[in-house]
Design a protein around this ligand. Structure first.
Ligand code: NAP
Ligand code: F7E
Length: 340
């Protein structure tokens, strides 16, 4: 019998990598997809034609659609990746963020235990739950979220992951994942914004772009490495929570520099604060600072300690920071040069 997995958020960055990975392992994959005005299947591409791939239209806001998706897919494993995942937007849309990221998991777990009480569930938790806690952060660190996004994910973790695991014996794991990126990354996240903008500048399709806080430090890894940890967690004897990270952090500025290097752009910085700029080797300003991109409350430094995952799951990341920036910059440059 083939194993069956239901993935919510299958049209997102992680969903597309995870679907590909599980299909490769011989799984039958079911994806929950919400209706959108544009084609939601862009990231899935050829995967939608795979005989092992099935789509359920549904929404984490709608219990009925979740029940139907669960009854139809009869999953052995559920990966809850669906979310309002943009931290900056969560300050502007806190209710929407809470509705999907907290109540959405509640609806899913409630329906899942009725349809299939022995199902194994992965919940996409996040390093944003640590917020102001000093790095390195691990499973024993305290949680001090500073954004509506981090708060909603923390409530989901406390109430539905720990709550259902401890009180109802449900097999449910939290993957506390630090930032992970790829050529499939949403275009408004800082790494992808940088690789798209620098590629367009190099191709003469754009003059310059703006960023916010260049000094924020993140522990950036490759999404293709991180989805493997999700699958490993559900293969354990007992459910637990795991930090997934590289253990190395870099500033946003360093990501700009790494992506520019990969594209052969020689950057020089001048000025400070909101007046800081970066120029290319001809002296043309290609990057400015815009306070619009600063957040009302910032997480300044995230750096994970993933010793538990490395020891218990045998997981480790393969792609380095420079390798990731190069992979993303080159993918955007090649894609955009075909469009030009
Ligand atoms: P993403 O690219 O933004 O994908 C989010 C997915 O959720 C999309 O498929 C989206 O559908 C779907 N979705 C949003 N609202 C929904 C709703 N109401 N009902 C059903 N589906 C809905 O996010 P990602 O980077 O792949 O991240 C996956 C998960 O990991 C998220 O839960 C995120 O919060 C969490 N996480 C991400 C990171 C990271 O660095 N990437 C780190 C830690 C945790 P559409 O395609 O229709 O928009
Ligand atoms: O910001 C700074 C910004 O939006 C990273 C999500 O996947 O990872 C992601 O959340 C940093 C922040 O990711 C711009 O202030 C500067 O300090 O790429 P980001 P994020 O907020 O870390 C966590 C782990 C998740 O769980 C989330 O779902 O970059 N920054 N200038 C900027 N950020 C953006 N987006 N745009 C800028 O212009």
């Amino acid at each position: 019998m083939k194993k069956r997995a239901l993935i919510t958020g299958i049209t997102g960055q992680d969903g597309s990598y995870l679907a590909d990975y599980l299909l490769g392992l011989g799984y039958e994959v079911w994806g929950l997809v919400r209706r959108t005005s544009l084609d939601p299947m862009l990231r899935l591409g050829e995967l939608t034609k795979h005989t092992g791939m099935h789509i359920n239209y549904g929404n984490l806001r709608d219990s009925g659609t979740l029940r139907f998706a669960l009854e139809e897919s009869k999953p052995d494993e559920i990966y809850n990746l669906a979310a309002q995942s943009d931290v900056g937007i969560s300050f502007k849309c806190p209710d929407e963020t809470m509705e999907i990221n907290y109540h959405g998991l509640g609806r899913l777990v409630h329906e899942a235990v009725r349809v299939r009480p022995d199902v194994r569930i992965y919940q996409a938790s996040t390093s944003e739950m640590f917020g102001k806690t000093k790095p390195p952060q691990n499973e024993l660190s305290s949680f001090q979220p500073v954004s509506p996004y981090g708060e909603a994910k923390l409530l989901a973790h406390e109430h539905f992951v720990k709550g259902y695991r401890e009180k109802h014996g449900l097999f449910i794991c939290s993957g506390i994942l630090f930032n992970h990126e790829s050529p499939h990354r949403g275009e408004h996240f800082v790494t992808r914004k940088i690789t798209i903008s620098l590629s367009k500048i190099k191709l003469g399709m754009q003059d310059s772009f703006s960023l916010g806080n260049l000094e924020a430090k993140r522990d950036w890894g490759f999404a293709g490495d991180y989805i493997k940890a999700m699958h490993l967690m559900l293969g354990r004897k007992t459910p637990a929570d795991y930090v997934i990270s590289t253990g190395i952090s870099h500033t946003v500025r360093e990501f700009v520099e790494a992506a520019a290097r990969a594209l052969g752009i020689n950057l020089s910085w001048s000025g400070s604060g909101l007046d800081e700029v970066a120029r290319d080797d001809k002296g043309k300003v290609i990057l400015t600072i815009n306070k619009e991109y600063y957040r009302p409350n910032e997480v300044h430094h995230l750096m994970g300690d993933s010793t538990k995952a490395r020891t218990e799951l045998g997981w480790s990341p393969e792609v380095t920071f420079d390798g990731l920036a190069e992979m993303m910059a080159k993918a955007d440059y090649e894609r955009l040069s075909k469009l030009r």
